[in-house]
Design a binder for this molecule. Structure first.
Ligand code: ADP
Length: 190
């Protein structure tokens, strides 16, 4: 199995690159942001709660996210070739929980961490907001999301460095260049 955790700030290219990876290697793509947005769209009480958090640039509580992951992993087909985790883990607690959840299923994962300059990220997200209409792609919320990323999510990178499961990816240039780096690493892992 090839299980890849795609790290990186909002706007670093996780969604775009996940699509390319999942096509090339036939992996399941779990985007926690997409799952949460579907819950919001359903109009459930939980969706409303989540919608308030996301539109302000805050994270959804760890316990809810870990439950969501447990549920997702339970639903994987036995012949699944692997998973791209896009948007999870976003905190150290989520990272440790993921290690345990995977170990219980005889699985593990490596992190590929996408890096782009802050101004590149802001430009990408503002542009995306014009097309997607996402409630959190406005300058004020983007800045909040970036500060949450630095405070809560960056420690996750150090965690995977410590686990010797960490790869740095330059995501400043374009999707092809980003994807080429990932293909090289996947070859080396096999
Ligand atoms: P981006 O990477 O552009 O911020 P996502 O679609 O991955 O977009 O996430 C959108 C929002 O969904 C996040 O800002 C956060 O509020 C929520 N979210 C997604 N994944 C998680 C997670 N693992 N833990 C907590 N909140 C999450």
């Amino acid at each position: 199995m090839l299980n890849i955790i795609l790290g990186g700030a909002p706007g670093s290219g996780k969604g775009t690159i996940s699509e390319l990876i999942s096509k090339e290697y036939g992996l399941e793509h779990l985007s926690t942001g997409d799952v949460l947005r579907a819950e919001i769209k359903s109009g459930s009480a939980l969706g409303q709660e989540i919608g308030d958090l996301i539109s302000k640039g805050n994270l959804v509580p760890d316990a809810k996210m870990i439950d969501l992951l447990e549920h997702f992993l339970d639903g994987l087909a036995p012949d699944c070739k692997g998973v791209i985790f896009d948007g999870f883990p976003r905190t150290l607690q989520q990272a440790k929980a993921l290690t345990e959840m995977l170990a219980r299923r005889n699985m593990d994962a490596v992190m590929m961490d996408l890096f782009a300059e802050e101004q590149v990220i802001i430009d990408r997200l503002i542009n995306r907001g014009k097309k997607s209409g996402r409630a959190d792609d406005n300058l004020e919320t983007i800045k909040k999301r970036l500060s949450v990323y630095h405070a809560e999510t960056q420690p996750v990178s150090a965690y995977y460095v410590g686990e010797h499961k960490y790869f740095y990816i330059n995501s400043n240039i374009n999707p092809d260049y980003t994807f080429a780096q990932i293909q090289t690493i996947v070859k080396l892992l096999n």
